[in-house]
Design a protein around this ligand. Structure first.
Ligand code: ADP
Length: 513
C-alpha cells in the first residue's frame, strides 16, 4: 500500500513538473528544501561567472536541477565571509553555540523525509538507506551540540611560586570542509557539527554529484538562525574543483582543512596545505579486510559481511573489500553468503521503496567496477553470482557479484573496489590472515569474526587499522572515533576526539604573582 501511494505521488509530481517544463527528477515530492544557488554569507548566490552545472540522478540520468559552478573568486568571497563572521562566532559562549546546533538538529529531524528524498535522487541510494543516513548525519549535529559544552582546559601544577599556568582551548578559525558523494549529509555534518561547536566557521565544498543535500543543509542552518557567514556552501563542477580546492588550501584566512575522499586528492591537498602549515584532517580510502576464523559463528559472519559489503552498493570507505575465510569454514561461508545475497539484495530504483541496492554513482564508477571484474575473470577467477552491469534496469546498475579463486595478480585483490563485488580468499593460519590483511598501504576499517577470546585480543591488536569490527559488520556512530592509519588518513571524526581537529591548545603563563 505504502509503495503504491509513493508511486502515485511520484507520477503526479512528475506530471506537474512536466507542465512547468522544468527538468526535475522523480522522487522529490516536497521541493521546499531544493536550492539552485550556493550559500555565502547568509545569502543565496550565483557564480560570478553565471556558470552552472547539472545535478544528475544516477538511477535514470535525469537532471534534478542546476547549481552554480563556482571558481576561485567565488571561493575567496566565501572565505572572507567565514573569516569576518569568525570574529563574532568565536566569542559566543559554548552554551549559545550548543543552542544554535540544537535548533539546527530539530529542523533537520523535522525535515528528514525531504532530506532522504534529495539524497536518494542525487546519490541513487535506496530511500531506506537514505533515511538511515539522515538519522546518522543528523546525530552528529546533536552530538556536537552536546560536546560543545564539554571543551575544557587544564590547570597545571606550577614548578615555581611566582607563576600559575593554565591551558585553554581555542577554535582554530575558518575551516574548509571538502566532502564526497557517498554520504551527502553525514560527511558534512560530522565535520561542520564539530567545527561550529568548537567556535570555528566553515566553507563547505560538497561533491559535484551531490550538492543539493549540502544546500538543503544550508537552508535549514539559515532557518535555525545560525548567523550569516558561519556556514557557507560553495558548489562547483568537477573541472573547477582543483581551483576551489587550491584557494581553500592556500588562503591565509583558512586555518584548517577537513577532507573526506580519495587518497589521490587527499595527498594533493596535503601537499598544498604544507605551504601554509595548515591543520589537516583526512579521511581517505580504505581496503578493509573481513576475516572469518574457523571458530566464528558463520551465520552471523555472513550477516555482517552482507551488511558491510553491500551498504550503499559497496560505495563506502569502510566497506569490506577483501574477505579472508579460513579453510575449514570456507565452503560453508560461500554457500551461506550466496544464499543471503539472493534473498536479501534487490537491485533497482532507490526511490521505489523496495530495492536494497541502487545504482553506482556515475559512469566512471561503473567502468572501474566492470574493469575489476573482467580483469579477475581473465586471470582465472570464478564468478559465482552476478558479474556484469544490469542494463535492463539502467546503465549505472551493477549486479551484486561474488568472486572466488582470486590471487594477488588481480586488481580485485589490491584495489578499493567501491562497488557491490565480494571477493573471497581462503587462508590456513591466523598469521597468514594477518599478513594478507595488513599487506596494504591503507588502514581504515577491518572486521573479523572469531569466538576464541585469546585470538580476538591478538588480532585486534595486530590488525593495522584505525577501526575494528569484532563479530560486527556495522561500526559507525556519532559516539565513535572514526578514522584511519597508514594512507587512510589523519585525525578522527565523531566522538569527543572530533572536536580536537577544530581547537588548539593555548598555554597561558601568569608571572610575577
Ligand atoms: P571520488 O573519486 O570518490 O569522487 P574525490 O576525492 O575525487 O573522490 O572527491 C571528493 C571531493 O574532493 C569532492 O568534493 C571533489 O569535488 C573534491 N575534489 C576533487 N578534486 C579536487 C581537487 N583537486 N582539489 C580539491 N577538491 C577536489
Amino acid at each position: 500500500m505504502g509503495l503504491m501511494r509513493h508511486v502515485v505521488a511520484t507520477r503526479s509530481f512528475l506530471f506537474r513538473q512536466a507542465e512547468m517544463s522544468r527538468p526535475l527528477s522523480l522522487g522529490i515530492r516536497n521541493m521546499s528544501l531544493i536550492r539552485n544557488k550556493a550559500f555565502i554569507n547568509g545569502a543565496w548566490k550565483s557564480a560570478a561567472s553565471g556558470e552552472e552545472f547539472a545535478v544528475i540522478n544516477p538511477a535514470d540520468g535525469n537532471v534534478i536541477g542546476n547549481v552554480p559552478n563556482m571558481n576561485e573568486a567565488d571561493t575567496h568571497e566565501a572565505i572572507v565571509a567565514a573569516s569576518n563572521s569568525f570574529q563574532q562566532w568565536q566569542d559566543t559562549t559554548a552554551k549559545e553555540r550548543s543552542h544554535y546546533l540544537k535548533k539546527w538538529f530539530d529542523l533537520l529531524e523535522k525535515n528528514k523525509e525531504e532530506l532522504s528524498e534529495i539524497i536518494t535522487a542525487e546519490s541513487g541510494k535506496p530511500l531506506k538507506e537514505a533515511a538511515g543516513e539522515v538519522a546518522y548525519g543528523n546525530s552528529f549535529i546533536e552530538w556536537f551540540a552536546e560536546e560543545a559544552r564539554r571543551v575544557h582546559g587544564e590547570v597545571i601544577a606550577s614548578p615555581v611560586k611566582s607563576k600559575e599556568m593554565i591551558f585553554i582551548k581555542r577554535p582554530i578559525g575558518v575551516t574548509a570542509l571538502i566532502t564526497p558523494w557517498n554520504f551527502p549529509i553525514a560527511m558534512i555534518t560530522r565535520k561542520a557539527g564539530a567545527a561550529l561547536a568548537a567556535g570555528c566557521t566553515c566553507v563547505v565544498k560538497p561533491a559535484e554529484d551531490t550538492p543539493l543535500t549540502a544546500l538543503a543543509l544550508a537552508a535549514l542552518a539559515q532557518d535555525s538562525g545560525i548567523p550569516a557567514g558561519v556556514f557557507n556552501v560553495v558548489t562547483s563542477a568537477r573541472e573547477n574543483a582543483p581551483q576551489v580546492g587550491k584557494s581553500l588550501c592556500e588562503s591565509p584566512l583558512v586555518a584548517g582543512i577537513s577532507f573526506t575522499g580519495s587518497t589521490d586528492v587527499g595527498k594533493l591537498l596535503y601537499k598544498m596545505c604544507s605551504k601554509g602549515v595548515k591543520r589537516l584532517s583526512l579521511e581517505l580510502g580504505g581496503n578493509a579486510p573481513f576475516i572469518v576464523f574457523k571458530s566464528a559463528d558463520v551465520g552471523k559472519a555472513v550477516q555482517g559481511a552482507i551488511a558491510s559489503k553491500f551498504r550503499n552498493c559497496g560505495q563506502t570507505c569502510v566497506s569490506a573489500n577483501r574477505f579472508f575465510v579460513q579453510d575449514e569454514v570456507f565452503d560453508e561461508f560461500v554457500a551461506k553468503f550466496k544464499e543471503e545475497m539472493k534473498s536479501q539484495l534487490i537491485l533497482g530504483m532507490g526511490s521505489d521503496g523496495v530495492s536494497t541496492l541502487g545504482p553506482l554513482i556515475n559512469d566512471a564508477q561503473v567502468h572501474k567496477v566492470d574493469n575489476i571484474v573482467q580483469d579477475a575473470v581473465k586471470k582465472g577467477a570464478r564468478v559465482l553470482v552476478g558479474g556484469k552491469t544490469a542494463s535492463s534496469i539502467g546503465d549505472r546498475f551493477f549486479e551484486p557479484t561474488l568472486i572466488v579463486d582470486v590471487d594477488p595478480r588481480m586488481l580485485c585483490y589490491n584495489e578499493e573496489i567501491f562497488g557491490p563485488i565480494a571477493v573471497l580468499i581462503k587462508f590456513k593460519t591466523e598469521e597468514e590472515a594477518l599478513r594478507l590483511a595488513n599487506n596494504t598501504k591503507r588502514g581504515l576499517a577491518g572486521y573479523f569474526y572469531s569466538n576464541d577470546i585469546a585470538q580476538i585480543w591478538r588480532v585486534a591488536k595486530k590488525l593495522e587499522v584505525g577501526m575494528a569490527g569484532i563479530n560486527e559488520g556495522i561500526i559507525s556512530t556519532a559516539e565513535a572515533a572514526f578514522g584511519g592509519i597508514k594512507e587512510s588518513g589523519l585525525g578522527r571524526e565523531g566522538s569527543h576526539y572530533g572536536m580536537e581537529e577544530y581547537t588548539y591548545i593555548k598555554y597561558l603563563c601568569f608571572g610575577n604573582l
